[in-house]
Design a protein around this ligand. Structure first.
Ligand code: 6GU
Length: 222
């Protein structure tokens, strides 16, 4: 899978150079290509934003640099989705992540300041995604979150193939508790069943725990 990301602040995407996403990219499971919108800026000052028509605070990303960047990318390949990250998009959840993980090419546009000129949304954007009902300074952090969520479930991204499938939300259940050594810590003992070696009993216990935790914390998921 290939993910292109258009941004005015490429440095904010640095979390993608670490951990599971980095390993997946190194293994060839996914490609991430970051495009600095400034390189498509207008004039000597490489202008990428301007004041909003009609007044009001903040700056708006101009259409030409974004369209120049998108047209350059579209010359090389078609995209399954061109996604604009915006608080007024559809709220991201695991189901949407799973669907996107099946695509070959997606392009993410990170807005900044007040957002991007509406005409870019009308002309190019096929999907608008928010990561929750709160406002961030820009779409970059959202792009990092979306990219991480997609790449970590790609086959081969996580060593133990099973472990992404047992994540919270993958079956509409929150994940059961996990324990590691030592067996006793501050008088707190690891649940006996996990030490039993009885995998059927362990699976049953984990499912019971997942159901109970989901009932208590997120009954809306059931
Ligand atoms: Cl995708 N962008 C911004 N700027 N704020 C957000 C968001 C996205 N999702 C939630 N808040």
């Amino acid at each position: 899978m290939r993910i292109d990301i258009i941004t005015v602040l490429p440095e904010l995407l640095s979390p993608l150079q670490h951990s599971i996403v980095k390993r997946a990219v190194d293994k060839g499971v996914a490609e991430i290509h970051v495009h600095d919108l400034r390189q498509f800026g207008i004039g000597n000052y490489k202008q990428v934003d301007d004041y909003p028509y009609g007044g009001g605070g903040g700056m708006v990303l101009k259409p030409e640099p974004l369209s120049d960047c998108l047209e350059m990318l579209l010359k090389e390949r078609a995209y399954d989705e061109i996604i604009y990250l915006t608080p007024d998009g559809i709220t991201l959840n695991q189901k949407a992540v799973n669907t996107l993980s099946l695509k070959n090419n997606i392009c993410l546009i990170c807005g900044h300041y007040k957002g991007i000129d509406q005409r870019i949304r009308d002309e190019y954007v096929t999907l608008e995604i928010s990561i929750g009902d709160y406002v961030l300074s820009g779409g970059e952090q959202a792009a990092v979150i979306l990219t991480d969520a997609i790449i970590r479930i790609l086959p081969g991204a996580i060593g133990d193939e099973m472990s992404a499938l047992s994540d919270s939300f993958q079956d509409n259940l929150l994940a059961p508790p996990v324990y590691t050594k030592p067996e006793i810590w501050k008088d707190r003992k690891v649940p006996e069943v996990l030490l039993s070696g009885n995998h059927k009993a362990i699976d049953e216990w984990r499912l019971e725990q997942a159901l109970e935790i989901t009932r208590n914390k997120r009954p809306d998921l059931l």
